[in-house]
Design a binder for this molecule. Structure first.
Ligand SMILES: [Zn+2]
Ligand SMILES: [Zn+2]
Length: 135
């Protein structure tokens, strides 16, 4: 059984974590969020941040984006695609509408019910392309 104080602290810390994710549109990783939350509450632990990010994702308040490096967190929960820069690790929203027609195509005759698909386009961001050009 958690004490009332512990519960209050948990709720407050989760609210801080949610606010930290929602204040960034750059798809931060858990460590980025930990750094932001720690500024507001130095007593918060890394484990608390990681655990609460999972809880917030399960509740659908934020989204998790799987990329080849560490998982990223997204304030946008609607279905959308991402760009992943293989050089610097930056993650951006891709300007492409979600294509539900692909879900139906995959289902066709398969007996499988597709709920959604996730797409990450891997490549080089404009900053990295620019740096590459200057070499
Ligand atoms: Zn890059
Ligand atoms: Zn996104």
């Amino acid at each position: 059984m958690q004490s009332r104080n512990t519960q209050t602290r948990n709720t407050r810390q989760r609210a801080l974590i949610l606010r930290a994710v929602r204040s960034r549109s750059d798809h931060p990783c858990a460590d980025d969020i930990y750094g932001d939350v720690k500024k507001a509450d130095p007593r918060v632990s890394r484990a608390t941040v990681y655990r609460n990010l999972g809880v917030l994702c399960d509740r659908g308040e934020i989204a998790r984006v799987k990329v080849p490096s560490a998982d990223r967190f997204d304030l946008r929960c609607d279905r959308h695609y991402h760009f992943y820069c293989v050089r610097c690790g930056a993650v951006f929203d891709a300007p492409v509408d979600y294509m539900s027609s692909i879900d139906r195509m995959a289902e066709e005759g398969s007996g499988f019910k597709v709920l959604r698909h996730r797409t990450v386009f891997e490549g080089l961001c404009s900053d990295c392309l620019l740096k590459e050009g200057k070499k």
